[in-house]
Design a protein around this ligand. Structure first.
Ligand code: ADP
Ligand SMILES: N[C@@H](CCOP(=O)(O)O)C(=O)O
Length: 306
């Protein structure tokens, strides 16, 4: 195989209570990437469409991740990367992760799959560090593994795959403003009150249990973030109004998607999810800020060849 085209999906990291640990993969929205072998050794980004991003390998998340794999594999060829970007950088639905994980997934396929998904995650984390200043894996893991994932540890890297309730739908509202993950991380405290930590890890454990027993009502109760949301919600216009409206119309829960500005809501069934989307659309229409919304199932497959 000399070339490959892939779909690299958007993802929702943190999932309210699970900062840097929990994440899930979205369907329908994602980047496309075309990667081909070349006789010229090295990693070359030859084309980017959709958003203005650096072509220089070392300045692009996809290039940095690809280089990490390339320097480990030492293949007797190089790779050219074309990125067809659909996820706006700084969106909060894993734009950097889609590039980082897509690049390593595609090159691994072209090399005959010498690496497993955990090893690919490690390479892709190098790209995330370029974007956010931190090697977090909570977007990359759901992109590569699909569904819900929990990053048990980063050293050693240990990713847990969690069950995905079959009737679960995600609704995303993406205000067209940029919130860089690096900036959204810089405003977080280094220390947290013990009582908040107890609440947070109680919710994480309960969320994992809810996924395992397919309990939608319990899942909704766990979507509560007392540590990060109080700081980051201040970066997102009308966040509180969106969250209140989504839950009042029947969403299981609602929170900041990743580092924002996107907001996610989870619902049981497509009918409720559509009702939630219509409601938050009406709320945001009053802000005067450009935005778009979409609703989709949880993507249990992750990155795929197209
Ligand atoms: N291939 C790429 N895809 C997305 N962002 C990239 C890429 N290469 C570099 N970047 C930079 O990374 C940042 C986007 O990362 P981040 O803030 O984490 O956005 P998101 O929350 O959407 O993942 C932007 O500053 C962008 O310029
Ligand atoms: N745990 C990270 C997740 C960033 O997600 P993104 O979609 O905004 O890149 C964080 O919250 O900083």
């Amino acid at each position: 195989m000399k070339d490959i085209k892939i779909f690299s999906p958007a993802t929702v990291a943190n999932v309210s209570c699970g900062f840097d640990v929990l994440g899930f993969c979205l369907d329908t929205v994602g980047d496309e990437m075309l990667i081909r072998k070349t006789e010229n050794k090295g990693i070359f980004i030859t084309k980017i469409e959709g958003y203005d991003l650096p072509l220089k390998t070392e300045d692009n998340v996809a290039g940095v991740s690809a280089l990490a794999l390339y320097e480990d594999a030492k293949p007797n060829c190089g790779f050219e990367i074309e990125i067809y970007k659909k996820i706006k950088p700084g969106s909060g639905i894993g734009s950097s992760s889609a590039s980082a994980s897509g690049a390593v997934y595609a090159i691994n396929e072209l090399l005959g799959k010498p690496y497993n998904k955990t090893q690919l995650t490690r390479f892709a984390m190098k790209g995330e560090a370029l974007a956010s200043g931190s090697e977090h894996a909570d977007n990359i893991a759901p992109a590569l593994f699909g569904g819900f994932t929990l990053v048990k540890s980063t050293t050693p890297l240990d990713i847990l795959q969690l069950p995905t309730p079959s009737e679960l739908y995600a609704t995303i509202i993406h205000p067209q403003i940029e919130v860089k993950t690096s900036e959204a991380r810089a405003i977080l405290p280094n220390h947290i009150p013990l009582k908040d930590a107890i609440t947070q890890w109680s919710n994480v454990g309960s969320l994992v249990h809810a996924l395992h027993i397919n309990d939608y009502e319990l899942l909704g109760k766990t979507l509560n973030d007392v540590i990060v949301e109080p700081y980051r919600s201040q970066l997102i216009p009308s966040f509180d109004a969106v969250k209140k409206a989504a839950i009042s119309i029947g969403a299981l829960g609602c929170g900041i998607s990743g580092s924002g500005p996107s907001i996610f809501a989870l619902s049981k069934g497509q009918k409720m999810a559509t009702r939630v989307e219509n409601t938050i659309h009406d709320v945001y229409s009053k802000t005067g800020i450009d935005f778009y919304t979409f609703t989709c199932k949880i993507n249990t497959e992750g990155i795929k060849v197209i």
